[in-house]
Design a protein around this ligand. Structure first.
Ligand SMILES: *Cc1c(COP(=O)(O)O)cnc(C)c1O
Length: 395
């Protein structure tokens, strides 16, 4: 045998081992024992893998786990497909459910990338976006009833930057009544904190980059749906042909992170509650937006839909833009970064960071005022987080 004949049939058969830890399969394709087996797998008559872009055992293990978490304790089935990022989960879902002439009904305060995807990428392909206040349910029903080209209701709850919530059950009911689809971005909550399928939502997307991974070391996303056939046919077809598949290593990192999801989310929520209460009592703080506070406008909706109130909050410094910049520069312990969902506390001043190139009146319309600070509260000792934040707020 030549030195470079890397793997014979006999050697391959020895590769079936019972690894305790999920293996990473960094392979672009999969081999067949016989031509007959290859034909059967290609035809879908025998289970098996063909090509890495179509599916991979590492990625599918993670997707199956997320589907189980989203459907945990519920009557419905769920099927999940992992993608290369949260944005690719959202674009894969839109491509699988919408065509030219269709409209998406959504809210103004979506994740920035999603708004831009809708308005600058999907719009030229003939998919129109209608933005409205999704809390105004009679307006929503009116819009849907009058316009049968609205095919999808898409929402986030809670949403940036004020943690505004929408009533998922009411929105899913309107979608069902008129034969439309509903989808929610559940990134801020994870299935541990909120299970949208319980309220009749058809599709869930996540940026697993955030809390599901939890350690800030991978970029990936997932689409989950209760219509298993639709997921296996339409959504998988888009993934396969647009090539939005996740890579095995990032899936594997997500899997590792998810092992501690429950204990992380419990600690995130407990810490965030204490941070919110400290901020609410601080004289330099105008307002705190945290779903767990009774003062939050959507506290009741959040309490109904969420098992706990999560890690995300924002607050308004009385001193405006300069107070926001000074606060950020006095931070010593927490991290200044434009992400969220990691084990460490992450702080963002949108006016000087993520939204610095957006005109003030446009960002203010979406609640991003000069003195607004967003925090993804981590799982450190809460005393360290509180001391850092209090020290950085000018009294
Ligand atoms: C980060 C994020 C996304 C995009 O996810 P990527 O993994 O960065 O592509 C979508 N929605 C929400 C709510 C997010 O926080």
């Amino acid at each position: 045998m030549r030195f470079n004949s890397i793997c014979t049939k006999e050697l391959r058969s020895k590769q079936e081992v019972r690894s305790h830890i999920l293996p990473i399969y960094p392979t672009s394709s999969f081999s067949f024992d016989t031509i007959e087996q290859g034909i059967n797998i290609f035809k879908g008559e025998e289970a098996g893998h063909v090509y890495g872009r179509y599916g991979n055992p590492t990625i599918e293990a993670v997707a199956d786990k997320i589907a189980q978490l989203e459907a945990y304790g519920l009557d419905n089935q769920a099927k999940a497909i992992m993608t290369s990022s949260g944005m690719s989960a959202i674009s894969t879902l839109f491509m699988a459910t919408l065509k030219a002439g269709d409209k998406v009904l959504t809210q103004g305060n979506l994740y920035g990338g999603t708004t831009e995807l809708l308005t600058s990428i999907l719009a030229p392909f003939g998919v129109e976006t209608v933005m409205t206040n999704l809390k105004d349910l009679s307006k929503v029903e009116d819009l849907v009833a009058k316009d049968d080209t609205i095919k999808m209701l898409y929402f986030e709850t809670p949403a940036n930057p004020t943690m505004a919530c929408v009533d998922m059950e009411a929105l899913a009911d309107i979608a069902k009544k008129y034969g439309r689809k509903s989808a929610v971005d559940n990134t801020f909550c994870t299935p541990y904190t909120q299970q949208p399928f319980k309220y009749g939502v058809d599709f869930i997307v996540h940026s697993t980059t955030k809390f599901l991974n939890g350690h800030g070391n991978s970029i990936a996303g997932v689409v989950v749906g209760t219509d298993v056939e639709f997921m296996e046919q339409k959504v998988w077809k888009v993934l396969k042909l647009v090539g939005t598949n996740c890579n095995p290593f990032d899936a594997w990192l997500t899997w590792n992170g998810m092992k501690t999801l429950g204990i992380r989310m419990d600690k995130h929520s407990a810490n965030a509650m204490q941070v919110a209460q400290m901020l609410e009592a601080n004289a330099a703080v105008e307002r705190v937006n945290y779903n767990g506070l009774i003062s939050h406008a959507d506290h009741e909706i959040a309490k109904r839909q969420m098992r706990q109130f999560g890690a995300m909050l924002s607050f308004e410094l009385k001193g405006g833009l300069q107070a926001g910049i000074d606060f950020m520069n006095r931070i010593r312990f927490c991290t200044l970064a434009p992400t969220l969902g990691d084990v460490d506390t992450i702080i963002l001043h949108p006016a000087s960071m993520s939204h610095v190139n957006i005109a003030r009146e446009i960002r203010e319309r979406n609640g991003i005022t000069d003195g607004l600070i967003r925090i993804s509260v981590g799982i450190e000792d809460v005393e360290d987080i509180l001391a850092d934040l209090e020290g950085a707020i000018e009294m």
